[in-house]
Design a protein around this ligand. Sequence first.
Ligand code: NI
Length: 154
Amino acid sequence: MAIRNIVTEGDEILRKVCRKIEKFDDKLKELLEDMAETMYNSNGVGLAAPQVGLLKRIVVIDVGEGLIELINPVIIEKSGEQREVEGCLSIPGEYGITIRPMKVTVEAQDRNGNYFQVKGEGLLARAFCHEIDHIDGILFKDRVVRMLDKSELN
Ligand code: NI
């Protein structure tokens, strides 16, 4: 396992649409493990493959309820609304308020290629939306209704 470098805003890879994963091999497992390690090392709750410089539809998330690996994830259902402060490991030190669904259902493949569905509410729903946006080249700043200024950060 290895910690990978996190790409920051301004790098054009963060703006590209990622490619679907077709091969569920050992290289994929190694990448998933590196992504998780990189996320934990930065105290993040989610990380998407473009953030480590790869145009792949892969996301890892842990909001404190255990690691979730998502390959080729798609949001298939959403409901409700939440307004919360959001940040991004690729945009260090900046935070803003976004509007996201309160509940989402995601369909994805696991590391072996098997399809599954997972539901998330609150922070987990927000993490699903944020990370799945990343694999389509979308950053939270594109969704922000108001950026916080320095006096609001503590
Ligand atoms: Ni992010």
